[in-house]
Design a protein around this ligand. Structure first.
Ligand code: TYC
Length: 100
C-alpha cells in the first residue's frame, strides 16, 4: 500500500459563521406582566429576575431582545412563546430578526 502523502496544495475556503438571530418580545396592552414573566422563564430558561427585567423593558420601551440563537432555534422558540400566549387568550408576540 502506498502510504506517502503529497503536500496539500489546496485549502478550504473559509466560510462565514451563520448569523445568530434575536428573539424580540413585543409589548401589548393586555397580557398580564406575570404571564409574560412565566413564559420567559419556561421557554427561554431565564431566571425570575432576568425575566422581570426583559418584561419591564418591553413594557416601557415597546420591545426587548430576549436572547440570540441560531435561526431555527430562534424561530421555534418565538413561535412556541407566542403560541403559549394565544393558548391563554393573550396577544403576546415574539418576533425574530438576524443580528447585524
Ligand atoms: N403591557 C402589559 C401590561 O401592562 C405587560 C406586558 C409587558 C405585556 C411586556 C407584553 O411584552 C410585554 N399588562
Amino acid at each position: 500500500m502506498n502510504t506517502t502523502t503529497k503536500p496539500r496544495t489546496s485549502t478550504r475556503p473559509r466560510v462565514e459563521r451563520p448569523k445568530l438571530h434575536k428573539v424580540i418580545l413585543l409589548n401589548d396592552d393586555f397580557t398580564p406582566r406575570e404571564f409574560v414573566v412565566a413564559v420567559l422563564k419556561a421557554e427561554f430558561r431565564l431566571t425570575e429576575d432576568q425575566s422581570y427585567r426583559v418584561m419591564i423593558t418591553a413594557h416601557r420601551k415597546g420591545s426587548c431582545v430576549v436572547a440570540v440563537f441560531p435561526r431555527d432555534v430562534a424561530e421555534t422558540k418565538a413561535t412556541r412563546a407566542t403560541d403559549a400566549g394565544k393558548a391563554a387568550g393573550f396577544p403576546l408576540q415574539f418576533t425574530t430578526e438576524p443580528e447585524e
